[in-house]
Write a protein that binds this ligand. Structure first.
Ligand SMILES: [Zn+2]
Length: 191
């Protein structure tokens, strides 16, 4: 490419200032912006790599937990996205078999919680249109997350997880999330 006197108006990709570029490939207004952008991208790459590593590690941990018949309460929290309180309540209610091996050494049956929290995820595969139709619920036909939590005695985060896992249609109005009563009742009545 030959030398050109041409000045190309551009916007600096780093600081957003308009400037005149000497070539079409110039992306930054100055060396300062060029270097700053390079540093930023390097940092983002490192951050992304770190995240991926953490994700890989937690995947490995989860894969390992999934092979054991008995798991700790902390592991159940990770594996099923349910709160410690919920697990303790289920143990007290005799819904999950638990073995107490000592202080903080409670081991609970993975298969039992699995049956409790993942079996309900089965009706997930529904045709798209059916889902769309089901969004037509009157407010009186809906619960708020708080109502579901109260009615079934499960924590708010567990309710949110169940809704997400089961692709239950929800509608947000202000700070409230509404979900269809019949779908929630059907889902939770099985327990
Ligand atoms: Zn700049």
């Amino acid at each position: 490419m030959g030398y050109s006197q041409l000045k190309i108006p551009k916007i600096c990709e780093h600081c957003g200032k308009p400037f005149e570029a000497k070539t079409v490939t110039t992306r930054f207004c100055s060396d300062t912006c060029n270097n700053a952008s390079l540093r930023l991208r390097k940092k983002q790459t490192l951050e992304e790599e770190r995240k991926q590593k953490v994700l890989q590690e937690s995947k490995a941990i989860i894969a390992e937990i999934q092979t054991r018949p008995y798991i700790s309460i902390a592991e159940a929290v990770v594996l099923f996205g349910i709160s410690k309180n919920t697990i303790h309540r289920l143990i007290r209610a005799g819904k999950i078999p638990a073995v107490n091996l000592g202080e903080r050494l409670t081991r609970i049956s993975r298969t039992h919680i699995e049956a409790m929290f993942t079996a309900v995820a089965l009706p997930e595969q529904k045709p798209q249109e059916q889902q769309a139709v089901k969004l037509q619920y009157e407010p009186s036909e809906c619960y708020t997350i708080g109502e579901v939590s109260e009615k079934y005695g499960i924590s708010l985060s567990t309710v949110s997880n169940l809704i997400r896992r089961n692709s239950i249609p929800k509608r947000e109005v202000g700070k409230f999330v509404y979900v269809p009563k019949e779908m929630i009742d059907k889902l939770l009545a099985r327990k």
